[in-house]
Design a protein around this ligand. Structure first.
Ligand code: ZN
Length: 93
């Protein structure tokens, strides 16, 4: 998948040796894989810290249905954001 966009008036991100628009960058598989791995590790640690005591008691309060996915979503977004900002080209064109 090679980006065919012009970068004259939009930011470019260099990932895998190719310049990509934002839309292509957020769909770049290696970036998503790395973010997912980060989310898996960090999210699991955070769930253990924040909800471990409750979960080890064998109970599953209803609010964990949104808290746990959110706990994984935050490191995923942070990792993706970090990868995008660090891969953004200094200059357009
Ligand atoms: Zn593109």
């Amino acid at each position: 998948m090679r980006c065919k966009q012009s970068f004259a008036d939009r930011p470019a991100y260099t990932l895998g040796g190719h310049r990509r628009c934002l839309s292509c960058a957020v769909r770049y598989r290696p970036l998503l894989r790395r973010s997912a791995l980060t989310a898996l590790v960090v999210g699991t640690v955070l769930v253990a810290i924040n909800q471990g005591t409750v979960l080890l008691q064998g109970v599953f309060p209803a609010d964990l249905l949104w808290k746990i996915p959110l706990t994984y979503a935050v490191p995923f977004c942070v990792a993706t954001w970090g990868a995008l900002t660090s891969s953004r080209d200094e200059k357009n064109g």
